[in-house]
Design a protein around this ligand. Structure first.
Ligand code: IPE
Ligand code: IPE
Ligand code: MG
Length: 243
C-alpha cells in the first residue's frame, strides 16, 4: 500500500461531540486528546515521515475566553504528560503558528519540548497552534521583502522553492494526505500554500471518536488515488486509467 510521507489533520468536531452528550464544550476538547495520541502512535508504527496537526487556528482566538483558556490548559497538560513518551519514541516535535499571543509558560514549554526532541530522527510531528495559512504566507513575504530591501536577495531570484523555504513547514515535503474530521469540507485557513496538490479526505466522524480504524480508512483512500500533478495517466506510468 502506498504510504503518504506527510499527513496533515484538521481535528474538528469536539464541541459537537460534547453537545450531543449534553456536556460542556471543554469535555469534547478533553476527549480529543486520546485520538491525538492514537494518530501519533499509528503514524510512528507505519513509518510515516511527518504528521501535522491543527490544534488551534488564528481565528480560534475569537472564541469565548473560557474555552480558549481551557484549550491552552489542555495543551500545557498534554505536553507535561506526553513529552517523555514522545521523546522515547524518537518523535521530533515542533510547533507552527504565531506564538506571541500565547501564555509565557506555554511558550516556554513549547520551546523546551522542541529543544529536547530536536535531534530525534523518528516521526516529524508539527502541532499548529495560533496558526493561519494566510498569516504563514504573509510572514514569509515579510521576511523575503526584508531580504530584498537589505540587498541580500534580488526579486528575480525569488522562486517557489525559496518562498516555500520561508514558510513554517520549510524542509518538509508537502502533505500528501489531508484529513478533516467533523464533516465540514473546508480548509479553514490551514496550510494554504502546502496543500496545493494534497489528496483531501473528509470524515463525518467527530474528532473524539477518531481511532486507528478511521485513520486506516484515510490511508486506504490515499493508496487508491492516482496522483497526476497535471500530467496525463500514461505520463505517470500508471496502467489503470482514471474514472
Ligand atoms: C475542534 O473542535 C477543536 C478546535 C477548533 C480547537 P471544535 O471546537 O471546532 O468542535 P465543533 O466544530 O464546534 O464541533
Ligand atoms: C479548524 O476548525 C481549526 C482547528 C481544528 C484547530 P474550526 O472549527 O475552527 O473551523 P471552522 O470555524 O468550522 O471553519
Ligand atoms: Mg469546529
Amino acid at each position: 500500500m502506498t504510504l503518504p510521507r506527510h499527513v496533515a489533520i484538521i481535528m474538528d468536531g469536539n464541541g459537537r461531540w460534547a453537545a450531543a452528550r449534553g456536556l460542556p464544550r471543554h469535555a469534547g476538547h478533553r476527549q480529543g486528546v486520546a485520538p491525538v495520541r492514537t494518530s501519533v502512535e499509528e503514524c510512528v508504527r507505519r513509518g510515516v515521515e511527518a504528521l501535522t496537526l491543527f490544534a488551534f487556528s488564528s481565528e480560534n482566538w475569537r472564541r469565548p475566553e473560557p474555552e480558549v483558556s481551557g484549550l491552552m490548559g489542555l495543551f500545557v497538560d498534554a505536553l507535561d504528560r506526553d513529552l517523555d513518551e514522545l521523546h522515547a519514541r524518537g518523535v521530533r516535535l515542533r510547533f507552527i503558528g504565531d506564538r506571541r499571543s500565547l501564555a509565557v509558560r506555554l511558550q516556554a514549554r513549547m520551546a523546551g519540548a522542541e529543544a529536547r526532541t530536536a535531534a530525534n530522527d523518528g516521526l516529524k510531528l508539527q502541532v499548529a497552534v495560533g496558526y493561519g495559512g494566510r498569516w504563514d504566507i504573509v510572514e514569509a513575504a515579510k521576511r523575503l521583502a526584508r531580504a530584498c530591501a537589505s540587498g541580500a536577495l534580488r526579486p528575480e531570484e525569488l522562486t517557489e522553492e525559496r518562498f516555500a523555504a520561508s514558510l513554517e513547514l520549510a524542509g518538509l515535503p508537502d502533505p500528501d494526505l489531508f484529513v478533516r474530521t467533523g464533516g465540514e469540507r473546508r480548509i479553514s485557513n490551514f496550510l494554504l500554500w502546502n496543500l496545493a496538490y494534497t489528496e483531501l479526505w473528509f470524515s463525518d466522524c467527530l474528532w473524539p471518536d477518531f481511532d486507528a480504524s478511521e485513520l486506516t480508512r484515510a490511508f486506504e483512500f490515499f493508496a487508491s488515488r492516482q496522483r497526476r500533478f497535471g500530467l496525463t495517466t500514461p505520463q505517470t506510468g500508471e496502467t489503470r486509467d482514471h474514472a
